[in-house]
Write a protein that binds this ligand. Structure first.
Ligand code: NAD
Length: 360
């Protein structure tokens, strides 16, 4: 994609202090965009926000703060990463997911309507498909989520169609599969980590004894689940491309290659030089044997290609970041220490993390 196409755009990024959001913000800035991050730091990190961006600490559920932030920014477009995204938690507390992923989403769309912002890129998920009927998963697969998280993402997708019809908001919904890897400065530091690669790397860092493998008797070459991992920088590039959309649409975003849990662990062993012991556990309910994306629709619409499709490149970039910041980001201020909605510039981020402990 020609990055010049987005140069000069003002972009409002919800969830821009989180894993994928922070790296997308970095890429937007490098492409010449002006970026405002809106994040309540419930899961994200102040230090993950690029110093060139404006950070507004606020909650999408607070309509007043959100409305003021959007009105002050008057963006050309919004990228909406903010969400609650833990499948297991969503089974126990569905209300949190419908509030944070659906109600908060309505607040965002309504604020956009009031101010006249007509462009949105939304982080959806392969969880909207549930147990897919066909592999690779194309957009024609029926969407039948099997948990509240997937349902909440699908509900927001469905709302987008009507906000376009009634209010002319052009939206691109990107259904991510497994996002992995890091940029030089930003990486994956979820407070509760459920993703395979960072959890395997924690063993290599000596922070855990072993990694658990859930299910070793699937009908896959090595008996472990196959998943589609796509590099976070390729995901960020997809967002820049999606900002140039001339019409609305929903697209799968993945690598198109499946890697088994066993292959990921072997790759991590090779890159880290650590034996990474494993413990076999029974299958988890609702885990399909294989989840691989067909991203053909997005590729042909936007000319996007995953440029870092090799698993080793994803693991190596994540490992480099985790080695530099073994305890993740340093959260300099506590969440409540600045009044909600207060814009402020960020302090420089990366160099002071090494000796600090992750908070939260
Ligand atoms: N990580 C993946 O592999 C993956 C896969 C599929 C879909 N997704 C989707 O991509 C998006 C980003 O994922 P991530 O891994 O970067 O998650 P993340 O938790 O690192 O980032 C989400 C950010 O949103 C913020 N946030 C949450 N609720 C908010 C609210 N009410 N108001 C303001 N800010 C709020 C959090 O503080 C956090 O910084 C999510 O929508 C997720 O559902 C991620």
């Amino acid at each position: 994609m020609n990055v010049g196409a987005v140069a000069g755009l003002r972009i409002f990024v919800t969830g821009g202090a989180g894993y994928i959001g922070s790296i997308c913000v970095e890429e937007l800035l490098d492409a010449g965009c002006q970026v405002t991050v809106f994040d309540n730091l419930s899961e994200g990190h102040r230090a993950a926000v690029d110093a060139r961006a404006e950070l507004i600490v606020g909650d999408l559920l607070d309509e007043v703060v959100l409305g003021k932030a959007l009105a002050a920014t008057r963006p050309d477009g919004v990228i909406h990463f903010a969400a609650s995204a833990l499948v297991g938690e969503s089974m126990r507390t569905p209300e949190k997911y419908f509030r944070n992923n659906v109600v908060a989403g309505v607040n965002l769309l309504d604020a956009m309507v009031r101010i006249g912002v007509k462009r949105l890129v939304f982080s959806s998920s392969c969880a909207t498909y549930g147990l897919p009927a066909a592999i690779p998963v194309g957009e024609s697969n029926p969407q039948a989520p099997i948990n509240p998280y997937g349902t909440s993402k699908l509900m927001f997708e469905q709302m987008l169609r009507w906000y376009e019809q009634a209010h002319g908001i052009i939206s691109v919904g990107l259904r991510f599969f497994n996002v992995a890897g890091a940029s030089i400065r930003h990486g994956e530091d979820h407070r509760i980590e459920t993703h395979l690669i960072p959890n395997v790397l924690r063993v290599a860092l000596g922070q855990r004894d072993h990694v658990e493998i859930f299910g070793t008797d699937y009908a896959t070459p090595d008996g472990t689940c196959l998943r589609d991992y796509v590099h976070v920088l390729d995901v960020a590039a997809a967002h820049l491309a999606a900002l140039t959309a001339t019409g609305s649409g929903f697209y799968n975003l993945g690598n198109g290659a499946g890697y088994s849990v066993g292959e990921v662990i072997t790759c991590c062993r090779r890159i880290t030089g650590h034996p990474i012991p494993t413990v076999a556990r029974p299958r988890r309910e609702g885990d399909p044997a294989c989840l691989v994306a067909d991203s053909g629709k997005f590729k042909s619409a936007f000319g996007w290609q995953p440029l870092r499709a090799d698993l080793a490149e994803m693991v190596a970039s994540a490992w480099a970041w985790h080695q530099r910041q073994p305890h993740g980001y340093q959260d300099v201020f506590s969440i409540g220490s600045i009044a909600p909605g207060t814009p402020h510039r960020q302090l420089a981020t990366t160099h002071h993390h090494e000796s600090c402990h992750q908070t939260g």
